[in-house]
Design a protein around this ligand. Structure first.
Ligand code: 6R9
Length: 666
């Protein structure tokens, strides 16, 4: 076991690369196995990106037409392009080439909600299923460039669906199946999708989710949708609309077991994924084919140190970018066996993760800090008695990991595993700041160092000047583009430029604050915009506010993120009711209204966006020019009312005292 420096401040704790990983008799040699090698490769990737990425793209991907130019354009004008002239197909890269060399290798281990219902899918089988669904989509009129909405539980058909779309050059637009009907409708409409892929029901933690019914609700106002293909997860009776709804299996069975992949140009759009920003309107982040796929493949190789024979397990949902890149495209592009986990960490017991690791001999395990914190709370007993000796790498993603959770997770690895805290975003496509397991000593809570091709800077938020050297805090930006960065927002390139490239001209703006410590390590400090991170899910305050304001009793609202021990942040909503509606704290009518408002958010966005607290108030703190002071609300909720700063600029400073009382009583 290694030395425990958990008594030191996190910044001072340095955990070296575990000796186990560098022991050739125990583990395959890491692709990057020393700090010097990382530094040298990073230097090359920045000084000579054409040569560096040209080589990686040739080695890791299969092309039908080779590219003739590695890079063009950049952040200055938002005209990013990589691997020009090249042609390839993502589904070919993720399926065919492995099905040809190794048809019986397991591509997907489907770990179903009930542990005993698991199922393995080989590459050969995956190829047949992908081709048949691709054929079924074509038969429904879907062609290259069309968008297909996917609203599915975590079943093998979801993986097949993504790959079937990319096989024919259709853009998939996966909507996380925790979103409500209204949120689904907005995304189907925005992307002009004509086909929706879904399932009869979902299963999660022993509960049944009425997936198809939610789709039916959403489609009441989606006139463009012509076809719904329904996978059978439970076999339940669900309403099927004549002429529109078909069983996915029936449609697939009519199709041949092989169709040719559509040749795609490197910069042809590959998929859309909606994400929340600082406005209420979700953005359809668009990725293109070659750059995205290369980022996915490279990070599974280098960050997860993937070697043939590894069993790769990412616990995210395919509805988020983490599922896209680290369940589907990254591992499958390398021909790995990837675990698809349908359940939750506590079902049937809080030992589920550890039982699963032992059962499948998982080598890389990737989850979110919120899951780690939740399991840590339930006690160490659940972690005991499982053979976790197959593990080499433990990854986290989605939000900053607090040192206590990091140590607990690190202990799961018993000193033999590297913990990789991977920082990235829907827009970055793949990891951009992360340790490499064989090369970078870690510090609990720090995402450590930039990945290849990532040229970071920390800027003064006000002047926009680069803060040079160490021991600096500011906004995190990237100085040049890299292959897997998003290219645009669907249908709104202007918004892409304004959100990411214009706030600090010439830089990619992440929206996060960060510190570079005395050793040059990066610590992500969280969002600097109005985005709240609940259990690793991105939500915009504006989106929640516009959901609340639709309620007839609401005049105005202010939503803020508050700290939460398990979910990282949680949502607190200050709701100013319309005149004439009386609020009596603790009174039944007031409690009912609070409940209605929570339901309202669940209905408009989804259950995961439900406010944890609602404060019904008569007034909100505003400046004389009418600007809402969320900063003051955040301080009140955090119990820092004694350091509110100057409130004399408020139109009515007496509002503050009333709010302090209201929050204290709740
Ligand atoms: C992959 C993903 C992106 C936002 C990002 C940041 C937060 C993600 C993190 C992290 C600290 C990490 N975030 N990973 N913060 N450390 N390792 O989560 O994408 O859903 O787009 O969220 O998540 O705030 O800006 P996405």
């Amino acid at each position: 076991m290694m030395a425990d420096h958990s008594e030191l401040p996190a910044e001072e704790q340095l955990y070296p690369v575990p000796a186990h990983l560098l022991d050739a008799s125990q583990c395959p040699k890491p692709w990057v196995s020393s700090l010097e090698q990382y530094k040298e490769m990073h230097r090359q990737s920045i000084e000579n990106p054409d040569e560096f990425f040209g080589k990686e793209a040739t080695e890791l991907l299969s092309w039908t037409t080779p590219f003739h130019k590695v890079h063009h354009g950049g952040l200055q004008h938002g005209d990013i392009a990589w691997f020009l002239g090249g042609q390839l197909n993502a589904s070919y890269n993720c399926v065919d080439r492995h099905a040809m060399s190794n048809p019986d290798k397991i591509a997907i281990i489907y770990e179903a909600d009930e542990p005993n219902q698991s199922e393995n899918i080989t590459y050969g089988e995956l190829l047949r299923r992908v081709c048949q669904l691709a054929g079924a989509l074509r038969a429904r009129g879907i062609r290259k460039g069309d968008t297909v909405a996917i609203y599915m539980p975590m079943i093998p058909e979801a993986v097949v669906a993504l790959l079937a779309c990319t096989r024919i050059g259709a853009l998939h637009s996966v909507v996380f199946a925790g979103f409500s009907a209204e949120a689904l409708r907005d995304r189907v409409q925005d992307a002009s999708s004509r086909v929706v892929l879904t399932a009869d029901q979902g299963k999660r933690g022993g509960k049944t989710i009425e997936t198809k019914r939610i789709v039916d609700d959403a489609l009441k106002s989606c006139p463009l949708v012509e076809t719904v293909l329904v996978a059978q997860r439970t076999g339940a009776q669900v309403p099927m609309k004549e002429g529109r709804d078909f069983w996915l299996a029936d449609e697939c069975s009519k199709q041949p077991g092989y169709i040719d992949p559509e040749p795609m140009h490197s910069e042809d759009p590959m998929f859309l994924l909606y994400t929340s920003g600082s406005t209420g309107q979700p953005k359809g982040v668009m990725h293109t084919t070659a750059g995205y796929l290369l980022g996915a493949a490279m990070t599974v190789k280098y960050v997860f140190d993937y070697h043939p024979g590894d069993i790769f397990a990412c616990m995210a949902d395919v509805g988020w970018i983490t599922g896209h890149t680290y369940i589907v495209y990254g591992p499958l592009s390398l021909g790995a066996t990837s675990v698809l986990f349908e359940s939750i960490p506590t079902y049937p017991t809080p030992a589920r993760y550890w039982e699963m690791i032992a059962k499948h001999k998982i080598t890389q395990f990737y989850t979110a800090p919120t899951a780690i914190r939740a399991l840590r709370r339930l006690g160490d007993d659940w972690t005991k008695g499982h053979d976790l000796s197959s593990l080499r790498i433990l990854g986290t993603v989605g939000e900053p990991i607090n040192p206590e959770a990091w140590h607990w997770y690190n202990d799961i690895g018993q000193g033999k595993c590297a913990v990789v805290d991977t920082y990235w975003q829907t827009e970055t496509g793949s990891h951009i700041i992360t340790p490499l397991p064989g090369a970078i000593a870690t510090k609990p809570g720090s995402a450590t160092v930039p990945f290849f091709g990532i040229d970071l800077a920390i800027l003064d938020p006000v002047t926009g000047k680069e803060l040079e050297g160490n021991n600096v805090t500011g906004v995190l930006v990237v100085k040049r583009d890299w292959p897997s960065i998003a290219r645009t927002i669907y249908g709104n390139h202007q918004r892409f430029l304004e959100t990411y490239l214009k706030p600090y001209h010439g830089y990619y703006f992440t929206g996060d604050g960060a510190t570079r410590d005395k050793d040059g390590y990066i610590w992500i400090r969280g969002r600097v915009d109005d985005v709240i991170n609940v259990s690793g899910h991105r939500l915009s305050t504006a989106e929640i506010e516009s959901a609340l304001i639709m309620h007839h009793a609401v005049a105005e609202t202010a939503v803020i993120g508050a700290n939460d021990d398990v979910t990282g942040q949680c949502i607190h909503a200050f709701v100013c009711v319309k005149p004439g509606i009386s609020i009596i704290p603790g009174h039944a009518s007031t409690l009912d209204l609070s409940k209605e408002l929570v339901l309202q958010v669940r209905k408009v966005i989804g259950p995961f966006a439900a406010p944890k607290k609602i404060y019904l108030v008569e007034d909100l703190p505003k400046t004389r020019s009418g600007k809402l002071m969320r900063r003051i609300l955040r301080k009140i909720v955090a119990g820092e009312s004694d350091s509110l700063g100057d409130i004399s600029t408020l139109a009515d400073p007496s509002v503050v005292e009333v709010l302090i009382q209201r929050v204290a009583k709740s």
